[in-house]
Design a protein around this ligand. Structure first.
Ligand SMILES: *[C@@H]1O[C@H](CO)[C@@H](O)[C@H](O)[C@H]1NC(C)=O
Ligand SMILES: *[C@@H]1O[C@H](CO)[C@@H](O)[C@H](O)[C@H]1NC(C)=O
Ligand SMILES: *[C@@H]1O[C@H](CO)[C@@H](O)[C@H](O)[C@H]1NC(C)=O
Length: 377
């Protein structure tokens, strides 16, 4: 009698926590924003303050998504100073949550998905048109955000554009630069090259474009993450590619058609996500740790000497061990605090993605209980 209740309670809390996905983004003044970190949203300020003794500002506001989606992603709309959140709400994966970074307020844009699958895609937000381009199940989709910094009462729609000329099963790695979508790791494309979709002409360039390193070597043809460096204004010209093994950061410049290799992130987490500003690349690990690599466009010597550092004011505001959203196995070492006892914690209103260390412990309790249940059945 008692057991099923406990099991379902534990299952509930486990499913509410395992999927927690924070995300990071910049606003147009290059304040670093971290959403869903330890259940709250934070403004870490500009780069000069990240490692200082100041404090990140709690910007948690009503109307925010719970950040409990599997693959939450955030995008900066530079014209509107808005952050668009995809997959921020596991209950409504098609909604786009909009954070107006000027007004510091949230609204929810309803979106009709049609044949677009919100649980499997990669996307870029085109700088100049404020249109999302997403590749999902081999088809290119677009979603025109207009110049929205607050939701429209009329639903928007993902539009199916056309089949992309890439083999089925291609897991897209996409980056935007010069109004071109760059596709990396396309089967059959050699290392160091990208396939290109020219947005304004809806045109797939037939030949891949090579982006060699100065020594003639090439970035690897593997799956990874990509994010574009912003300019103060105007379209992005460079993007970072971080292979899933985190061995290096490759910065591809589509003006010069060259690549620079920079230091790989200190934390090698295949589930980490990345967001670039103008002068830094941010890593958000699956345990909620935020680090940055400083970057100066065009300054090869400074960039090749750059190293990763934790954004310490976020670590102190939302300690990674307490916001551990997706510890791959739940077997985080003894960092758990002593406040393990509050198993009713899942009722504390935190459907918003905080995985407290007590919940990590619940995970292992759950395994044990399930084991016991299986034994009894
Ligand atoms: C999340 O992303 C991974 C990797 O792309 C994918 O395998 C998985 O299906 C996604 N899950 C959901 C629910 O979106
Ligand atoms: C870089 O590649 C683009 C896309 O293929 C091409 O249009 C451009 O002419 C190239 N630029 C240089 C400097 O080679
Ligand atoms: C690169 O950055 C360093 C440090 O800011 C500076 O001293 C140097 O002049 C820069 N070099 C170039 C080519 O911009």
């Amino acid at each position: 009698m008692f057991l099923p209740t406990v099991v379902s309670l534990l299952l509930l809390s486990a499913s509410a926590t395992v999927r927690a996905t924070p995300c990071v983004a910049f606003d147009i003044n290059w304040n670093l924003l971290a959403f869903g970190l330890d259940g709250k949203d934070w403004d870490a300020g500009t780069q000069d303050t990240w490692t200082g003794s100041g404090k990140a500002t709690d910007i948690t506001a009503s109307g925010r998504p719970p950040f409990d989606g599997a693959n939450t992603t955030c995008y900066l709309s530079q014209y509107t100073n808005a952050i668009y959140v995809l997959n921020g709400d596991s209950k409504s994966p098609s909604n786009v949550y909009i954070y107006d970074a000027t007004a510091k307020s949230w609204s929810t844009q309803e979106v009709t998905t049609g044949s677009f699958n919100p649980s499997s895609f990669d996307a870029i937000l085109d700088h100049d048109t404020n249109v999302f381009y997403a590749l999902s199940s081999g088809t290119m989709f677009s979603l025109d955000m207009g110049l929205l910094k607050a939701a429209n009462s009329t639903p928007l729609s993902w539009t199916s554009d056309e089949q992309a000329p890439y083999p089925s099963g291609y897991q897209p790695v996409m980056a935007l630069a010069q109004n071109h979508v760059h596709f990396l790791d396309v089967p059959g494309v050699v290392a160091g090259s990208a396939d290109i979709f020219v947005i304004h002409y809806s045109y797939y360039q037939p030949q891949p474009q090579a982006y060699p390193l100065p020594d003639g070597s090439a970035f690897p043809a593997t799956y990874g993450q990509a994010t574009s460096f912003f300019q103060e204004s105007g379209v992005q010209q460079e993007f970072a590619f971080i292979p899933q093994d985190s061995s290096a950061v490759y910065v591809i410049n589509v003006e010069t058609n060259t690549t620079q290799a920079l230091a790989g992130p200190t934390t090698k987490d295949p589930k980490a996500t990345y967001f670039a500003g103008i002068t830094s690349l941010i890593q958000l690990t699956s345990s909620g740790a935020v680090s940055f690599l400083p970057y100066l466009e065009g300054n090869t010597s400074t960039n090749s000497a750059a190293t990763w550092s934790p954004v310490s004011i976020l670590a102190s505001a939302a300690p990674p061990s307490a916001s551990n959203s997706a510890s791959p196995s739940g077997t985080q070492s003894g960092a758990g605090s002593s406040s393990t006892g509050s198993s009713s914690g899942s009722g504390s209103g935190n459907s918003n993605g905080a995985l407290s260390s007590s919940m990590v412990h619940l995970g292992s309790v759950l395994t044990a209980v399930l084991g016991a249940a299986a034994y009894m059945l």
